[in-house]
Design a protein around this ligand. Structure first.
Ligand SMILES: N[C@@H](CCC(=O)N[C@@H](CS)C(=O)NCC(=O)O)C(=O)O
Length: 214
């Protein structure tokens, strides 16, 4: 069975959501890496970067990097139509935005979670966090202005890109700012949040608790 090193409210959630939609059973190894050295040690067994998500495929092969995992899963199950296939005119933009969300936006979490990783003194941290939040909001704005959405980001069908954006947009600076920076995607992520097929899943893996939009 496929195994996933994962954590509530983390970048593993869009992958878990994808597996849920695909109806693929999976084993979860919960590891809240950003809070706990023991969790990082656990993940290190499969990912030297000590980050979730990390997936161990049924063959035993390890796959890390959220965007790569999502692209791979969607490609393995074309019948579910969770991504434009090779040759589909939307494929290039799909790959573009998957990598953009990962590289330009999600990657900054490494500093946001622990600014001491790059700042020389503690009092620089609030300023750095502020700048990173501005950068993220700006990246969402630029993406929003360049997409040609339908009901979803790539058109009228839900794709793993929508699941990815719905989750990563909940990280700092939070949804309230995201809605302002990216008004067109705001409508789309709300649609993903409300997807009835994922109702129970969201409540367990990234609940909409009071004040969740920040
Ligand atoms: N580039 C990675 C980023 C993964 C990542 O930053 N994961 C966070 C949790 S959301 C983590 O495990 N952080 C712990 C750490 O970096 O020490 C991906 O896209 O999968």
């Amino acid at each position: 069975m496929l195994k996933i090193f994962c954590a509530v409210g983390s970048g593993s959630v869009p992958i878990e959501a994808t597996l849920t939609l695909l109806g693929i059973p999976y084993e979860m190894i919960e590891a809240v890496t950003w809070e706990d050295e023991a969790a990082r040690k656990l993940v290190e067994m499969v990912n030297p970067l000590r980050q979730v998500p990390a997936v161990v495929l049924s063959s035993g092969e390890v796959l890390t990097e959220s965007a790569a995992i999502l692209i791979h899963l969607a490609d393995l199950h074309p019948q579910a139509r969770l991504a434009p296939a090779l040759g589909d005119p939307r494929r290039a933009q799909y790959l573009r935005w998957m990598v953009y969300v990962s590289a330009a936006i999600y990657a900054l979490v490494w500093i946001i979670d622990e600014p001491a990783r790059i700042v020389a003194s503690k009092d620089q941290a609030p300023d750095v966090l502020d700048r990173l939040e501005n950068r993220r909001a700006e990246c969402w704005r630029m993406m929003d202005e360049q997409i040609t959405p339908g009901r979803y980001i790539l058109g009228d069908e839900l794709s793993v890109l929508d699941l990815y954006v719905a989750v990563i947009s909940r990280f700092a600076p939070g949804r309230t700012r995201f809605y302002k920076s990216a008004p067109r995607m705001a409508e789309i992520v709300r649609r993903v949040d409300a997807d009835l097929r994922l109702k129970t899943f969201w409540s367990k893996r990234f609940p909409f608790n009071d004040g969740w939009e920040r």
